[in-house]
Ligand binder design. Structure first.
Ligand SMILES: CC(=O)N[C@H]1[C@@H](OP(=O)(O)OP(=O)(O)OC[C@H]2O[C@@H](n3ccc(=O)[nH]c3=O)[C@H](O)[C@@H]2O)O[C@H](CO)[C@@H](O)[C@@H]1O
Ligand SMILES: C=C(OP(=O)(O)O)C(=O)O
Length: 434
């Protein structure tokens, strides 16, 4: 497994362009299975998860053409459904979470799909109930094949239905939506997730001929259509990467401009960083983070310690809480980080404590951070990245620390951040990939 060696204390300056959004890419690439026509997708991030999904489609005989570094044309006019029965398919599906979202499109278009255990971060229970119940409501049957360890799913023709999701699952909503666009009649999805990823997926599906209303809300109404056509789609900048750069800049005392951030789609993210005391200057669609010698965490209006907690969109994405946590370690003041959605995403704080951070892990979901302000710097350390977002948080810690750090298992970072070492080194970081 590759590692990063990071020389701490280097300030960055200059401009950085965020990659395309990982979680949107995973959705819209699955959606190409809904039509035999050509779908062209631009701003596709060159990251492990996305490349693994594209390979999975290639293995299913989807024609994939790389038109430029970040633009692909897909044509699913001759899909090999037998591939879904192979061990190779099961193994590859387990390498990423996004693979679960081929079920909706396959079922809608071909009446059958299989669902092996998907991959993704090991950050606590990651149940698929919402996917199952939603797709069952559309009339599909699930049969567990013990030998192959996968579900076989069938439906002659999906039928629209009303459903109130048990939770606003991101990939669950995408899967059900992609199934419903070709179902017969009307589907209503209440308590739908409405992250920008889903708004963008809906936008692409509408361009393909789907009839969807309520986009951006938690109530989606879909009138099924007979077939869908090709489309051209542009993926938004990755809001998690934008947030990671904001935190990284503040904590390393860097002066950077994050270009083309898709600011209007960042929701509560910029304001949440401002509440940590970070100056986030909007300049058109760019974000400028000036050099911070210190930043002070806000309190609630009554003076009590602030909580930063995740919530379904338009609440704060759980994928940035690790970044908020690490950035708070060098702030003036205290904050409670409450990761409500996942129960194993905060254990990486042990590594930060080893580096000198003052953190009390209250329970698997909550950590209190007592900011060190300018009093002490973190110390360099050797660490292993447990998941993608803990990985970037540890990288930020290492970049701000005194001395040299090593992070092992950086595949976990590469899963979601494109050429991160090269891009950061080009504006002044010192990261070596071994
Ligand atoms: C490939 C992809 O797109 N992955 C994202 C997707 O994963 P994914 O779609 O797998 O995550 P879900 O939205 O299904 O749920 C995530 C977790 O949050 C819990 N939950 C969810 C909704 C809710 O209202 N209450 C609640 O507690 C679930 O029980 C689960 O433990 O969404 C997550 C939540 O934003 C992100 O962390 C992942 O990066
Ligand atoms: C948890 C994440 O990804 P995945 O769902 O692919 O594991 C993430 O992107 O932070």
């Amino acid at each position: 497994m590759a590692s990063f060696v990071i020389e701490g204390g280097c300030r960055m300056s200059g401009e950085i362009i965020p990659q395309g959004a990982k979680n949107e890419a995973l959705q819209v690439i699955c959606a190409v299975l809904l039509t035999p026509e050509k779908v062209t997708i631009a701003n596709v991030p060159d990251i492990l998860d996305v490349n693994n999904l594209i390979q999975l489609l290639r293995d299913m005989q989807v024609k994939v053409e790389r038109l430029s570094l970040d633009t692909y044309a897909f044509q699913a006019d001759n899909v090999d459904l037998d591939y879904l029965k192979t061990e190779d398919f099961v193994r590859k599906s387990a390498s990423l979470r996004g693979s679960v979202m081929i079920v909706g499109p396959l079922l809608a278009r071909f009446g059958k799909a299989v669902l092996p255990k998907p991959g993704g971060d090991k950050i606590g229970r990651r149940r698929l109930d919402t996917h199952f119940t939603g797709i069952q409501k559309l009339g599909a049957t699930f049969t567990y094949n013990q030998d192959a360890q996968l579900y076989e799913i069938e439906a002659k023709r999906l039928k629209g239905a009303y459903m109130l999701l048990d939770e606003a699952s991101v990939t669950g909503t995408a899967n059900i939506l992609m199934a419903a666009v070709l179902a017969e009649g009307t589907t209503t999805i209440y308590n739908a997730a409405c992250e920008p990823y889903l708004q963008q997926l809906s936008k692409m599906l509408i361009q393909m001929g789907a009839d969807i209303s309520g986009v951006g809300s938690n109530l989606l109404t879909i009138q099924g259509v007979e077939s869908l056509k090709g489309a051209n789609h542009l993926i938004l900048p990755d809001m998690i990467e934008v947030g990671s750069f904001i935190g990284m800049a503040a904590m390393t005392g860097s002066d950077i401009t994050i270009k083309n951030t898709g600011f209007d789609m960042l929701g509560i993210i910029p304001e949440s960083f401002r509440r940590l005391g970070i100056t986030v200057e909007q300049q058109g669609d760019d974000i400028h983070i000036p050099t911070h010698d210190s930043y002070e965490i806000d309190t609630f209006i009554d003076g009590s310690i602030m909580t930063i907690a995740d919530a379904p969109w338009p609440g704060l994405t759980p994928d940035l809480l690790s970044v908020f946590l690490v950035v708070a370690t060098q702030a003036v003041g205290s904050v409670l980080i409450h990761q409500k959605m996942f129960e194993s995403r905060l254990f990486f704080v042990d590594k930060l404590i080893d580096m000198g951070a003052q953190i009390i892990l209250c329970d698997p979901h909550r950590a209190t951070v007592i900011g060190l302000g300018n009093r002490y710097k973190l110390r360099g350390a050797t660490m292993v990245s447990p998941d993608i977002r803990a990985g970037i948080a540890l990288l930020i810690a290492a970049m701000s620390a005194e001395g040299t750090s090593r992070i092992h298992n950086i595949d976990q970072i590469d899963r979601g951040y494109q050429n991160i070492d090269k891009r950061l080194n080009s504006i002044g970081a010192r990261i070596t990939r071994l």
